[in-house]
Write a protein that binds this ligand. Sequence first.
Ligand code: NAD
Ligand code: TYD
Length: 337
Amino acid sequence: MKRIIVTGGCGFIGSNFIRFFLQQEPNLKIVNVDSLTYAGNLENLKDLETNPRLTFARLDITQLDALEPLFREPLDSVIHFAAESHVDRSILDSGPFIRTNVQGTQILLDLAKKASVRKFVHVSTDEVYGSLGASGFFTETTPLAPNSPYSASKAASDMLVRSYFHTFGFPGVITRCSNNYGPYQFPEKIIPLFISNLLEDLQVPVYGDGLQIRDWIHVTDHCSGVYAAWKSGIAGEVYNFGGRCELTNMELTTTLLRLLDKPKSLIKYVQDRLGHDRRYAIDCAKAETELGWKPIVSFETGIADTIRWYQENWEWVSRVRSGAYREYYQQQYGSRL
Ligand code: NAD
Ligand code: TYD
């Protein structure tokens, strides 16, 4: 049975992707490589605990020697999600972003090159393009102009993938997606943070004037895009994914208040994020034409389902917030260490 490595599979998008991928591909097995940072939660894959086609390797992508044995066995491809992913944290300390996102990607590229993989899908972000004015969209040829340490580290990793294609003919494919939402998202990002706070009647912190715009996409649409890039993406190419759903943070916040039937008094305006990008918006025509992909979850349906998921999985939220989720790995693997 063919084997692929997915990095960052215990995070938000990686865990949704593994679930999606195993359903699509009944004859492939996955090795999930994740170091379990604060954002990595093995409980995100609890329903797949006994699936014989999924194995877990607690490894850090910056540790070449520890990773190397995984690349010695026959390997079809790598799908690379692992990253430090939160802009606010990158403003506080960019060190882990450079280590994981830049150096970790370089190490994976070298290992994958040596293993002669068929494909390497590098999951990147629209944030590498910087910030838009009131009009226009990011296309795959928009020059990179990252503004935060997070987006700068992702842009650097994109450039490495590009250079390995150019220099070595390495089969790298880059995907750049807009803001995701959906189940299992760590409650530091705006949507799960606001839903969790509102469910407890806590205030929600809106940065600055709240008129920044993000283009929202449901995580399953992002997963189907990465899957399409893995299946039919062409080496050396970049594919943008977006939800064609631009909302200001205030529009998003008032939607959540309305759906949860909470008062506007729970909005708290706080100091703006440093260097805050004003607007992101994706033109995803290339992925639609060349990969036959399109986003299918409307924001109306997706956000209602997401709110329901957080309500029905309050235990998950509580365990993340209390830190109890960190014990799960020890329970599952501790005795075998
Ligand atoms: P996340 O923060 O939820 O998960 C990241 C995962 O990577 C965690 O499981 C963490 O333990 C793991 N990880 C971090 N450092 C590691 C290391 N050194 N070695 C091994 N594992 C490590 O992130 P996410 O939101 O699921 O994002 C996944 C990818 O998608 C990232 O590359 C991100 O840049 C990209 N992306 C995210 C969004 C979004 O809206 N969340 C949008 C576009 C692109
Ligand atoms: P976030 O979810 O951190 O994603 P990103 O910075 O990668 O786009 O933030 C989305 C938007 O929400 C961004 O404009 C910052 C804003 N925001 C708030 O206003 N309050 C918050 O508490 C958070 C986390 C974000």
